[in-house]
Design a protein around this ligand. Structure first.
Ligand SMILES: NC(=O)c1ccc[n+]([C@@H]2O[C@H](COP(=O)([O-])OP(=O)(O)OC[C@H]3O[C@@H](n4cnc5c(N)ncnc54)[C@H](OP(=O)(O)O)[C@@H]3O)[C@@H](O)[C@H]2O)c1
Length: 276
């Protein structure tokens, strides 16, 4: 990506800081990034860590930018967007990382009913905080190929990026990767608790469970075979792993996961209605 396209981050919290950190680490021009937030200490941290410009004036920053990244909480998005409407450049790209806010709502708040803006909606996840995120992106029809590439390059600063071509699929994305980290945290918690019940110290159980989750994910990512084959390879007939997996299946593990992800996607749809 050209590292000179001017990017304004509106909201300078956890997610924006991570993306900015990733961009700078990848050689993006510091002089082309500005971060806006009402919180002076968040801005001071960013300018001292990354040497970027900061401001409490969203509208002034948006006027100068060709790419605007909306990184505020969904609940304040409408109030944040409306004052920006008359300050967006005609060819600006707007990227929203807020959960549950539809492109149609963003377009209405930022452009009104008669203007079609170039909008990319993104669902990142918390491992973005350690540059190991998984983000899914959706672009509306106004987004050019060049702008799609720019959006992709920005989110790639904090992990992998994939595109969905139907905005409705953002609910399924939320169920897989948006909320997904919490499922793995729950699994680790449960494994630590069970290890402690079997006599391990909580420190040992936690260290082993976390590294096992990390190692399994790394192996799955780097291996040239599918995860079901990796699972079969560690499951000797009548062995210890086979006993554990049989217990999972007897307790409807797959059904439990499917129901949890269904509940997640339903809640995502409800929230989109409430917030839009
Ligand atoms: N964290 C995640 O894992 C994750 C995952 C997927 C999606 N997201 C989305 O990413 C977005 C940001 O999340 P986050 O975790 O980075 O939240 P965050 O740390 O709370 O950051 C949001 C920032 O926006 C600031 N803000 C509030 N009103 C503003 C305004 N009028 N103008 C400019 N900035 C304003 C907040 O300041 P104050 O604190 O002073 O209010 C805060 O510093 C959310 O929409 C969330 O849905 C996050």
């Amino acid at each position: 990506m050209s590292s000179t396209a001017k990017i304004a981050f509106i909201g300078a919290g956890n997610m924006a800081s991570s993306i900015i950190g990733g961009l700078i680490a990848n050689g993006y021009n510091k002089g082309a990034i500005i971060a806006c937030d009402p919180n002076p200490s968040a801005l001071e941290n960013l300018s001292s860590s990354f040497g970027i410009a900061t401001s409490t004036d969203n509208t002034a920053a948006v006027k100068q930018a060709t790419i605007v990244v909306l990184a505020v909480k969904p609940q304040v998005m409408q109030a944040v967007c409306e004052p920006l409407a008359s300050n967006l450049g005609d060819n600006s790209l707007v990227i929203s990382i807020a959960a549950g806010i539809a492109c149609s709502s963003l377009n209405l708040w930022l452009g009104g009913a008669n203007k079609a803006l170039a909008l990319v909606r993104c669902m990142p996840n918390t491992p973005a905080l350690v540059q190991a995120g998984a983000s899914a992106l959706f672009a509306n029809q106004q987004v050019s190929e060049q702008q799609k590439q720019q959006a992709e390059d920005i989110l790639k600063a904090v992990g992998i990026v994939d595109w969905v071509n139907d905005e409705q699929h953002m609910d399924a994305v939320t169920a897989v990767s948006g909320s997904g980290p919490a499922y793995f945290f729950l699994m680790i918690e449960a494994m630590v608790a069970a290890g402690v019940k079997q006599g391990l110290s909580s420190e040992t159980a936690a260290a082993l469970a976390k590294q096992t989750a990390f190692g399994a994910a790394k192996l799955a990512l780097q291996s040239d075979v599918d995860v079901d084959e990796l699972r079969r390879r560690v499951t000797s007939p009548n062995g210890t792993t086979a006993a554990a997996l049989a217990s999972f299946e007897n307790n409807q593990f797959t059904t439990v996961v499917e129901a949890a992800m269904q509940a997640c996607a339903e809640r995502s749809k409800e929230l989109a209605k409430e917030l839009g």
